[in-house]
Design a protein around this ligand. Structure first.
Ligand code: BGC
Length: 757
């Protein structure tokens, strides 16, 4: 690599080099933690003590701060402006968990591109995204920000996001640098409680947690943010094996590593540092380059070097990485990139951005159930639109929409009225929650869960009266946006009681019910699945939520999304996912299925066999809606699965698995054809099945297509790892189970023998 900075580094004092590693909290209002805003940021910048700051405070202010850095600081090194750009910027796209459900990396890349264009035009150079935490526990609020439970889906999402943000040239004035986060394992927080510890083996880290991060590194991601949590007793922020031995030495990552917000300071709370100086020592020694708002480095690194506890050469290396990031972003040539008000105005919420938001919203709604009531007829009688989320704009924006205005979004009421005018009659029906304490928590950033003055009974009566006169009810129910995201773990996954009561009363009217559910996590919808006629899970669909949802409800768009996170029957099943290891029981099925749980006997009773079943007493083991599940308005028929070989020999052999898929419906549609593999006898207990590939195909009515998957040793290989930094990728000959189908529980299967030679 050419050396751009030796001369500059040789002229910088130790304190100035440490200054480049400092990301203080400038604008207190934007904080996501306890870090207090520094009082006199201007003087700090002038002294060369600041490397980057958050971009959240208007272009004039950013321009003024940048001018001080460039004209008045010792070496004129520009600042990097940073921001959480997670699912869009001013134009908000569906939550990452929703977008992933489109199974369409190109769509993800296009949304990331628009997000980068808008963010860059608002001065942002470094985005704290993509979030890549494989999430298997719906209680954890941050699954909203993630692509879901599967490493392969996560890896595809990672590549698409990094490409969309960075393009081939990060210096382009519409690129931003991406940050893969939170490294690593945060999505497996014990009990789904945010910030909780994670005790996970190196084996699971490499096979489940790390693949999306590896994909991001391979796509050239500029930065990696370190998780808040502890990994088997060592907080990631102090985890040298993770950040240095694995990330730097083994993977060869040469970009920036960034602590999470106040995470260096939090090493004291984790109980591994007695004071902030020790915390600075541990984090820097572990390999954290940037101190995000703890101000530990700027205060203590110079002393730690002077005392001989840290080497100045390590500070030079970290500082060089910051300078290199600034060079890649083109900041030395154009420090005022993106600080132009006219350009900002033209970029944000541009019509083509909103068009993509509408397309993305419709593409990420998952049709979980449809007894035939959808799509709604375009003409006809009254549609009763009810529910506390029907007339909400702000909630549509989901967990991370810090650059958006609540009024930017289209509500479902507005979207449906635009599609069907006066046929749409509205009644709120219920509060999101009746409990004033929970409402206050949800309203922390503005009133998104108002408690209606009319009282729950009056709300309910109005909705029931409306439902009685209507042809169909569309009920918009679910979480408030603040039910999800950071610091929003839950112990209940059912709809809040107020909304359950509403649905039961609506059901009694006998009018068919279409449920539009919204949330940032899988919900437990067993009663709803049994009593409603259709369920469209819309997550939080962004700026164009109402229009996108109306497009699907009225059939302008044929839904094609499929879940990337399993929906449990009840909260007690969590964590639940499709790639579970086989259990030892039931013994007759050992190694393959978690079957026997949901068999029904002649009297119609569910069979529960003590000691020979893996289910729970109250419910079957299977999820209510499995990973990969999602319906459309055109059914697809799968032909027989065909394998071109029954036996294979050697690591270089290739197997082709094919299936013919036919659109048997009356409208054009898209189907996600999924390939799963299982390895029934291996040196480690391998998952029952693992997603290994997918293809999204579009078929006209009556059209059929042969879909083929090429399976090589790489698809079967897995990591054995006794140490985190020492993984071994192995391919083991033996029986391989191949499955193709339309969801992780709707599969045709065959087994091949793949011999060593
Ligand atoms: C979150 C990060 C985020 C950071 C900066 C933290 O609380 O965990 O995901 O990037 O704040 O806003």
């Amino acid at each position: 690599m050419p050396d751009h900075f030796s001369d500059l580094l040789s002229r910088m004092s130790l304190a100035e080099k440490v200054g480049q590693l400092n990301h203080p909290n400038v604008h207190g209002a934007d904080s996501t933690g306890a870090g207090s805003a520094v009082n006199d940021i201007e003087s700090q910048i002038r002294r060369g003590e600041v490397g980057m700051v958050a971009a959240g405070s208007g272009l004039d202010r950013l321009r003024a701060l940048q001018r001080i850095a460039v004209e008045e600081s010792p070496h004129g090194i520009p600042l990097i402006f940073t921001m959480d750009v997670i699912h869009g910027h001013r134009t908000v796209f569906p939550l990452p968990i929703a977008l992933a459900c489109a199974w369409d990396p190109e769509l993800v890349r296009r949304t990331a591109r628009i997000a980068a264009i808008e963010a860059a035009a608002c001065g942002v150079a470094l985005a704290w995204a993509p979030m890549l935490d494989v999430s298997r526990d719906a209680r954890w609020g941050r699954c909203a920000e993630s692509p879901g439970e599967d490493p392969l889906v996560g890896a595809a999402f990672a590549t698409a996001m990094v490409e969309g943000y960075q393009q081939a040239d990060m210096a382009a004035d519409d690129s931003v640098m991406a940050t893969a986060k939170h490294f690593a394992g945060y999505g497996l927080a014990e009990g789904g409680r945010d910030y909780n510890g994670v005790d996970v083996s190196p084996y699971r880290m490499h096979n489940v947690v790390l693949p999306p991060f590896k994909a991001a590194v391979e796509a050239g991601v500029g930065a990696i943010m370190v998780g808040f949590h502890d990994l088997s007793g060592i907080p990631c922020t102090a985890h040298r094996e993770l950040l240095h031995d694995l990330l730097r030495d083994h993977w060869g990552f040469d970009g920036l590593t960034v602590s999470d917000y106040t995470a260096i300071w939090e090493l004291i709370n984790h109980g591994v540092a007695a004071d902030i100086k020790e915390a600075a020592f541990l984090a820097f020694r572990a390999g954290v380059d940037i101190d995000l708002v703890s101000e530990a480095y700027v205060r203590f690194l110079p002393a730690l070097v002077a005392e001989g506890r840290l080497a100045e050469a390590e500070v030079d290396a970290a500082c060089r990485r910051v300078l290199e990031a600034k060079r890649k972003l083109g900041l030395f040539d154009n420090p005022y990139r993106g600080l132009d008000e006219e350009r900002r105005k033209a970029a944000v919420l541009a019509p083509d951005h909103r068009r993509l938001a509408r397309e993305a919203a419709a593409s990420s709604c998952v049709l979980l159930k449809n007894s035939g009531v959808l799509p709604l007829a375009r003409t006809g009688g009254t549609i009763a639109l009810v529910g506390p989320l029907a007339d909400s704009r702000a909630n549509m924006q989901g967990a991370w929409a810090i650059a958006a205005e609540p009024s930017d979004s289209v509500s479902v009421l507005e979207g449906m009225r635009a599609a069907a005018g006066d046929r749409i009659r509205y009644a709120r029906g219920a509060n999101i929650v009746d409990n004033p304490d929970i409402a206050a928590r949800l309203n922390v950033f503005g009133e998104i869960a108002p408690v209606d003055e009319r009282g729950p009974d009056a709300l309910l009566a109005e909705a029931v009266a409306l439902a009685r006169q209507a042809e169909v009810v569309v009920a918009c129910v679910g979480e408030a946006r603040e039910h999800t995201g950071e610091s929003a773990s839950r112990s209940d996954l059912g709809l809040p009681g107020s909304q359950q009561k509403l649905l039961r009363a609506l059901h009694e009217t006998g009018t068919p019910i279409v449920l539009v559910t919204m949330s940032g996590r899988p919900l437990a919808l067993e009663w709803e699945a049994a009593h409603c006629d259709a369920i469209l899970h819309a997550w939080f669909a962004g700026s164009e939520a109402g229009n996108g949802i109306a497009d699907v409800l009225f059939g302008t768009v044929n839904p094609s999304a499929k879940l990337t996170m399993s929906f449990p029957r009840s909260v007690g099943q969590c964590p639940i996912h499709h790639a579970e290891a086989p259990t030892g029981r039931p013994i007759h099925n050992a190694g393959f299925e978690v079957g026997g749980d949901s068999e029904i006997d002649a009297a119609g009773r569910r069979v529960f066999k003590k000691f020979s079943t893996a289910c729970r007493i109250e419910a079957a083991h299977t999820p209510l809606y499995p990973f990969g599940h999602g319906l459309g308005y055109a059914p697809f028929a799968y032909g027989e699965m065909e394998l071109d070989k029954a036996e294979l020999a050697g690591e270089g052999d290739v197997l082709t698995a094919s299936v013919t898929v036919r659109n048997t419906g009356a409208v054009a549609g898209e189907e996600v054809v999924q390939l799963y593999l299982g390895d029934p006898v291996a040196s480690r207990s391998r998952p029952v099945r693992q997603l290994k590939d997918f293809q999204k195909i579009a078929l006209q009515p009556g059209e059929e297509r042969r879909v083929s998957f090429r399976i090589t040793a790489a698809e079967i290989a897995f990591f054995r790892a006794d140490r985190l930094a020492d993984p071994e990728l192995v391919w083991e000959p033996g029986l391989i189970r191949v499955e193709i189908g339309s969801s992780s529980q709707s599969l045709a299967a065959a087994t091949v023998d793949w011999r060593a030679s």
